[in-house]
Design a protein around this ligand. Structure first.
Ligand code: NAD
Length: 346
C-alpha cells in the first residue's frame, strides 16, 4: 500500500488554505496544516494532521518539517486586510515578510525545496483598465501589497541562490465556498464584498456599504476579477505538480480575466438569493484601486489552469449555501431595529 505524500499547508485553517487542504486530500496527498489560529478556524482542519504554531517560530516550523517530511510547502499564512495594513504596517511586515523568511530558513534547514506562495493582485497597485499581465510592473499601493511583493522578490533570489523552487500565485478576488457547505469565508471583522452582502441579507451587517460610487468605471463602482476558491485550490495542485516534475517556478495571475463591478455583484446576489441587499453608500477606502482584472493567459497555458466554478451564479449559490450554515438568520425584528439604528448613525 502506498503512503500519501505529505504537503505542509501554512494557514491551512483559513479560508483558502482549508479549501486547498481538501483539494490536496482528494488528489491523494496528506495535507499537514500548520496554523496559529490567528484568523483561522479549528473546525476547518478536517483533511490531515494539525501542527499548531506560528510561522515566525522557526524552530517549531523546522521540527514540524522534520517530523512530517513534506515534499512541499504551500504558504497561505499571512494577514490580508488592506485597510489594517495601512494603519498598522508593522503587523503586516512582521507576519507576512518576517514570517516567510523564518519559514524559508526552516525549509532550508529541513531540506524541503518546493514552495507554492499565496501572492495577490494587490502587487500591481493602481493598474490601468486593461487586464494585468505578470510582466506588468509591481507597484503596490498599500503595505499589504508591498509585503507580498517583497516576498516574491525574496523567493526569486532564493530560487537563484539556493535552488528553492517556488511559484507565486497572484490571486485576484477569492470568493465562493466548497460545494459541501463544510467550509467557507468566515473572518472577524469581515471586510470582503460578497460575505458582507450576504451577512447584510441575513441581518448581520446593517452597515453594509458600497465604498466609492465615483470611480472611473461604467457604473462608478470598483471592478474586480472574482475567482472561486475551489478553482484557486485546483490551481495550487497544478502548481505543486509542476514543481514536483522539475519546474523551478515563477509567478502566475489567478483570475478569470472577467471584471465585475460592485453593483454587478450585488445584482447577481439579488438574482441568486431572490432578495435585494440593503445598501448604504460610503466614500472610497484608502488603498482601493478602481479596476483590478487579471490576464490569466500564462496560468492557462503553462499550468493548464481552467476555472470551472467562477461564474457568478455558482459563486453566489455556494457562498449563500455556506452563509446559511455559518450565520443563521437573525430574527426579522432584530434586523429591522439594527438597520434603523445604523441609518440614524450614518
Ligand atoms: N482572500 C482573498 O481574496 C485573497 C486574495 C489574494 C491573496 N490572498 C492571500 O491568500 C492567503 C490566504 O488568505 P485567506 O483569505 O484564506 O485568509 P485567512 O485569514 O482566512 O487565512 C490565513 C490563515 O493563516 C493563519 N496565519 C496567519 N498568520 C499566521 C502565522 N504567523 N503563523 C501561523 N498561521 C498563521 C491564520 O490563522 C489563518 O488560518 C493569504 O496569504 C492572503 O494574503 C487572499
Amino acid at each position: 500500500m502506498s503512503v500519501a505524500k505529505s504537503v505542509m499547508v501554512t494557514g491551512g485553517a483559513g479560508y483558502i488554505g482549508a479549501h486547498c487542504c481538501k483539494a490536496l486530500f482528494e488528489a491523494g496527498f496528506n495535507p499537514v496544516c500548520y496554523d496559529n489560529f490567528s484568523t483561522g478556524h479549528r473546525e476547518f482542519v478536517k483533511w490531515g494532521p494539525l501542527v499548531e504554531g506560528n510561522v515566525r517560530d522557526r524552530d517549531r516550523v523546522t521540527s514540524a518539517l522534520r517530523e512530517h517530511n513534506p515534499i512541499a510547502v504551500i504558504h497561505f499564512a499571512a494577514f490580508s486586510l488592506v485597510g489594517e495594513s495601512m494603519s498598522d504596517p508593522q503587523k503586516y511586515y512582521q507576519n507576512n515578510v518576517v514570517g516567510t523568511l523564518m519559514l524559508l530558513q526552516a525549509m532550508r534547514e529541513a531540506r524541503c525545496s518546493n514552495l507554492v506562495f499565496s501572492s495577490t493582485g494587490a502587487v500591481y497597485g493602481n493598474a490601468d483598465d486593461k487586464p494585468i499581465r505578470e510582466t506588468d510592473a509591481g507597484v503596490p499601493i498599500n503595505p499589504y501589497g508591498h509585503s507580498k511583493w517583497m516576498v516574491e522578490q525574496i523567493l526569486r533570489d532564493y530560487r537563484a541562490a539556493y535552488g528553492l523552487k517556488s511559484f507565486s500565485l497572484r490571486y485576484f478576488n477569492a470568493c465562493g465556498a466548497d460545494a459541501s457547505g463544510l467550509i467557507g469565508e468566515m473572518r472577524e471583522p469581515e471586510t470582503h464584498l460578497i460575505p458582507r452582502a450576504m451577512m447584510a441579507l441575513q441581518g448581520h451587517a446593517a452597515d453594509f456599504a458600497i465604498f466609492g460610487s465615483d470611480y472611473p468605471t461604467a457604473d462608478g463602482t470598483a471592478v474586480r476579477d472574482y475567482i472561486h476558491v475551489t478553482d484557486l485550490a485546483a490551481a495550487h495542485i497544478l502548481a505543486l505538480k509542476r514543481l514536483l516534475s522539475g519546474d523551478v517556478g515563477g509567478s502566475f495571475n489567478l483570475g478569470t480575466g472577467n471584471g465585475y463591478s460592485v453593483r454587478e455583484i450585488l445584482s447577481a446576489i439579488n438574482a441568486g438569493v431572490g432578495r435585494p441587499v440593503p445598501v448604504l453608500k460610503k466614500d472610497r477606502r484608502p488603498g482601493d484601486p478602481a479596476i483590478l482584472v487579471a490576464d490569466p493567459t500564462a496560468a492557462f497555458e503553462t499550468l493548464m489552469f481552467r476555472p470551472k466554478c467562477s461564474d457568478l451564479a455558482t459563486i453566489v449559490r455556494t457562498a449563500w449555501g455556506w452563509h446559511q450554515k455559518a450565520h443563521p438568520m437573525k430574527a426579522p425584528e432584530a434586523r429591522a431595529q439594527e438597520r434603523l439604528s445604523s441609518l440614524a448613525d450614518s
